[in-house]
Write a protein that binds this ligand. Structure first.
Ligand code: ADP
Ligand code: ASP
Ligand code: MG
Length: 453
């Protein structure tokens, strides 16, 4: 039986008509059955700006952004010589964008719920355009398959945490069975939207920035795909972000565990949650470049041949260190429970943590501090100190917590950089520590030199 492949193409792979046709060629060659696409590059940011401008600025300023987004998509539509049917679909989406912006402007209110519907337009527009590109490429190759646009909201059921909605995997699987059962016949190529979903009550949601990777993985799990492909602008996962360190080397194979750590600790190439569904269903994931599809790319699998001590490194920017101290912690129990309950009540996720007898330090994304109530609630139990402008550096590999001399080598290579906090021991795949934001790039470059180059 032919393999069922679910593919995802990111924003740069949707950049213009040429990018879309190139991505469609990749899909055709690979034989993808279901393709999830991101918004065209930059569009999600523009839609956010649109919402904010509509809420707080003049209608003239709002219209300027509306025209910019519209023109970008019209240009791709023209270059692709869009069919009348698809043109109508795009026009309807433009009208929806206009009405939403007007509604937000009149109400002077762009709630997270409204923002999600607004942002969903990015993926909904690009998927209409990409369906056309896919049709043309299938025709060109004399394929008997046809491309069909599919509204992912029919299957991607989520909760109502707007802006960061959680998929309900059991429901997604049942809905995929119902609406996407024919994907196995391989007669059609379904083109759908990444990033977006829908609540039980029919409200549009988004899965969080960069969430299209996660959507594709959820869909791969839902249709029980054999392979998940993530096509982006780099030829796979590298030893570190090539933008920070041009000497970064491609990784041909990496385990689920290592790649999950890498994604969670800042490697933008994969959304942090992407591998969860793949791990649950043991679906191998390929990461490759739609611009250079012949390049080797990276396979992410459960079992891999090599288990190097340090495989890769990542940085997670915009971190704050929150230190909570109280003498009451001395020989007492229940203090950590109280603190974590506060974090839990505020749905805050902690990345790294260290404790001493009377204090606990945790790293958080700096956006967490926008929630003033969190700090107020923590202050009821402890003295709270916040240090900002920090970056979490992670080294990812194997057997990290059982290797003598590793810490020495790490700190020798960055001996001129102050390390504010260290987290080691919990994972054999990760060693992470905090440094000042303005020293993070240098730290990665030095570590890369000493461990990889
Ligand atoms: P897409 O729009 O296709 O989802 P992203 O911009 O989200 O693409 O992710 C791809 C980018 O991730 C690359 O251009 C690269 O700069 C960055 N990146 C960060 N860490 C890594 C890494 N270890 N390997 C490869 N790319 C990485
Ligand atoms: N378009 C969304 C974003 O820019 C989702 C994605 O591209 O993965 O965040
Ligand atoms: Mg991405």
């Amino acid at each position: 039986m032919t393999k069922l492949i679910v593919s995802k193409f990111g924003g740069t792979s949707m950049g213009d008509a040429e990018c879309m046709l190139r991505s469609a060629e990749v899909s055709q060659r690979q034989g993808s059955g279901l393709i999830a696409v991101s918004a065209t590059s930059g569009t999600t940011n523009e839609l956010i700006l649109l919402g904010k401008t509509a809420e707080s600025k003049t209608w003239e300023e709002t219209e300027k952004i509306l025209s910019k987004i519209r023109e970008k998509h019209v240009k791709i539509a023209q270059d692709l010589k869009l069919s009348a049917e698809s043109s109508k679909k795009i026009e309807t989406l433009f009208e929806e964008m206009n009405s939403l912006a007007k509604g937000i402007h009149y109400l002077r209110d762009c709630s997270v719920k409204a923002m999600d519907t607004l942002m969903s337009l990015g993926e909904r527009m690009s998927s209409v355009l990409f369906t056309e590109a896919m049709s043309q490429v299938l025709k060109k190759h004399g394929s008997t398959k046809s491309a069909e646009l599919f509204d992912v909201r029919q299957v991607l059921r989520t909760n109502d945490d707007f802006g960061k909605a959680k998929p309900n995997t059991a429901e997604v699987a049942a809905l995929c069975q119902k609406y996407l059962g024919s994907v196995r016949d391989q007669k059609k190529v379904f083109v759908t939207q990444g990033y977006i979903g829908m609540t039980e009550d029919g409200f549009t949601t988004t899965l969080g920035r960069g969430g299209s990777d996660y959507s594709a993985a959820i869909l791969a799990e839902g249709v029980a795909a054999d392979v998940l492909e993530i096509w982006t602008d780099v030829a796979g996962i590298a030893t570190t972000d090539p933008r920070i360190c041009p000497q970064a080397k491609p990784i041909s194979e990496i385990s689920f565990k290592e790649a999950s750590e890498l994604a969670t600790f800042g490697a933008k190439v994969l959304h942090p949650a992407t591998l969860l569904p793949a791990i649950r269903k043991n679906i191998p994931v390929f990461v490759g470049s739609s611009f250079d599809s012949e390049a080797k790319g990276t396979w992410v699998r459960k079992d891999v041949d090599q288990h190097p001590l340090i495989r890769a490194m990542a940085l997670r920017k915009n971190q704050v260190l929150v230190t909570l101290s109280t003498p009451e912690m001395l020989h007492a129990h229940g203090f950590l429970f109280q603190l974590f309950k506060v974090f839990n009540d505020h749905k805050v996720s902690i990345d790294a943590i260290t404790t001493s007898e009377i204090s606990v330090s945790v790293t958080l994304d700096d956006s967490t501090l926008l929630n003033k109530k969190l700090i107020a609630d923590l202050s009821q139990f402890a003295d709270v100190q916040v240090e900002e402008k920090l970056t979490l550096i992670s080294l990812i590999g194997n057997n990290i917590n059982h290797t003598a001399g590793l810490a020495k080598k790490i700190f020798d290579s960055i001996s001129d950089i102050n390390v504010r906090m260290i987290c080691l021991g919990a994972s054999k795949h990760n060693f992470c520590f905090l440094v000042a934001e303005d020293q993070a790039t240098a730290a990665i470059q030095k570590l890369h030199k000493s461990f990889i180059e």
